[in-house]
Design a binder for this molecule. Structure first.
Ligand code: UD1
Length: 422
């Protein structure tokens, strides 16, 4: 298994290009199942999760061609010949559940394995299933699979989510585009990835109002057609690399970065003493002084502070002046990076859904283990500012969500190397 070695160094300088959003691409790809005409995505990120979704769509009979070094995905679901998403692929990635809504909407039946994914809590799919039931689907859970049917097709209905779920909103939105009549989705997720999905579906002919607000209304249509769509910028990759100069000093420009994608995150950076400026090419980040101030952070659905940046923010706060409290409100088991940061000399107490971080002067390099996707990149960030070498093992987690991480950080002066495993 490969590992990454990071050697603590000083200020960073230069530019980092930000890729298309993994989480947007993972919901845009299943949208191909809604139409028999081609759907082409540009600005796609080159990641192992995208290859897993490619394999899943191919197993259903869709064609997915990777063009321009994988940045363009040309897809067609003209000849779908299978409606069963097998455990062997689905277990690798939780977002696989996103094929359920589109398959059911276009074909009237689907069999999809219950998913696996990052080990950050229970992460059930009950909300996805309840949403599809509200559109007239009949569901039967047996042998680890969801058997879904909608004889005569889905029909519009009201979906009132008890809690905000990104994936369930996406599944419901895609399914509703081909349902007969009007669907109203209440307490919908407002993430930029939802807005991006809605824009793509609109290009395909869907009638959608309110994406980006908490009530989305969809007027079902008989069929959707082909489209070409650029994947929105990855706000989590953006926020992650914004933290590199915040932790190490220096100034880094994030190409393609947009303030509206990272508003709540930028407010916390400002509080901590980090300046973020809009430039003609994106966002530029630098510390106001050598000292980072402690800040309290609570993760929330968009537009709040994203759970997917909590681990990376913790890496910053490990060496801040004072005590920070991070509250995790989205996933109950998302502090697995804390024990690894403690191995590097951080002073952190985890108590239930809270972590108290007391800033230390400097972290020290150590062998650490990546436990999930965002945790792994937080260890890289911590290693950048630590004294000596940090060796991060299990970096396959990182390959799920960060393309060319070594190249991007080397490009701004970081000392980082990937060591090939046996
Ligand atoms: C998506 C993102 C993930 C991000 C998360 C929250 C993708 C591929 N992944 O995950 O990176 O961390 O949003 O921003 O886009 N829940 C239920 N029942 C359900 C579904 C969810 O109880 O049926 C709960 C979850 O356990 C969690 C909360 O709802 O506590 C929010 O999860 P959700 O927004 O659904 O996350 P994902 O869509 O899985």
């Amino acid at each position: 298994m490969d590992s990454i070695v990071v050697t603590g160094n000083g200020a960073l300088a230069g530019e980092i290009p930000i890729a298309g959003a993994k989480n947007a691409c993972l919901t845009l790809m299943p949208a191909t199942l809604l139409s028999d005409e081609p759907l082409t995505l540009t600005n796609a990120p080159r990641l192992s999760d995208i290859r897993t979704m490619t394999d899943l769509l191919a197993s259903l009979g869709a064609e997915v061609s990777r063009l321009q070094d994988g940045q363009v995905l040309a897809m067609s679901s003209h000849d779908l010949n299978n409606h069963k998403a097998d455990y062997d692929i689905v277990r690798k990635m939780r977002a696989s559940i996103l094929v359920l809504g589109p398959l059911l909407a276009r074909h009237g039946h689907a069999i999809v394995s219950l998913p696996g994914g990052c080990a950050i809590g229970a992460r059930p799919v009950d909300l996805h299933l309840k949403a599809l039931e509200a559109l007239g689907a009949e569901l039967d859970l047996r042998d680890g699979y969801v058997h879904a049917t909608a004889a005569g097709g889905l029909r519009g209905g009201t979906i009132d989510f008890p809690i905000v779920s990104v994936g369930a909103t996406e599944n419901a939105l895609m399914a509703a585009t081909l349902a007969k009549g009007t669907t109203v989705i209440r307490n919908a997720a407002r993430e930029p990835e939802i807005v991006d999905l809605a824009r793509c579906l609109q290009k395909m002919g869907a009638q959608i109002d309110g994406a980006g607000t908490n009530t989305i209304t969809v007027q079902g249509v008989d069929r959707l057609h082909g489209a070409t769509h650029p994947v929105v910028t990855d706000r989590i990759e953006l926020g992650t690399y914004m933290l590199a100069p915040a932790i190490c000093g220096g100034e880094v420009e994030l190409l393609g970065g947009r303030m509206d994608l990272v508003g709540a995150f930028c407010e916390k950076l400002d509080e901590a003493g980090i300046d973020v400026l809009e430039t003609s090419k994106g966002l530029s980040v630098k510390r106001r002084s050598d000292h980072v101030k402690a800040v309290n952070v609570t993760t929330e659905p968009f537009p709040g502070f994203p759970t997917d940046l909590q681990a990376q923010m913790m890496a910053l706060l490990c060496t801040a002046d004072g005590e920070s409290v991070l509250e995790e409100k989205i996933f109950e088991n998302r502090f697995m990076h804390a024990p690894e940061l403690i191995r590097m000399g951080a002073d952190i107490d985890v108590h239930g859904g809270h972590a108290t971080v007391r800033g230390v002067k400097r972290l020290k390099g150590a062998p650490v283990m990546a436990t999930d996707l965002r945790a792994s990149v937080s260890l890289i960030l911590a290693g950048l500012a630590a004294e000596g070498d940090t060796t991060i093992s299990r970096v396959y987690h990182l390959d799920r969500g960060y393309e060319h991480v070594v190249r991007k950080l080397e490009g701004v002066g970081a000392r980082i190397e990937r060591i090939k495993g046996q």
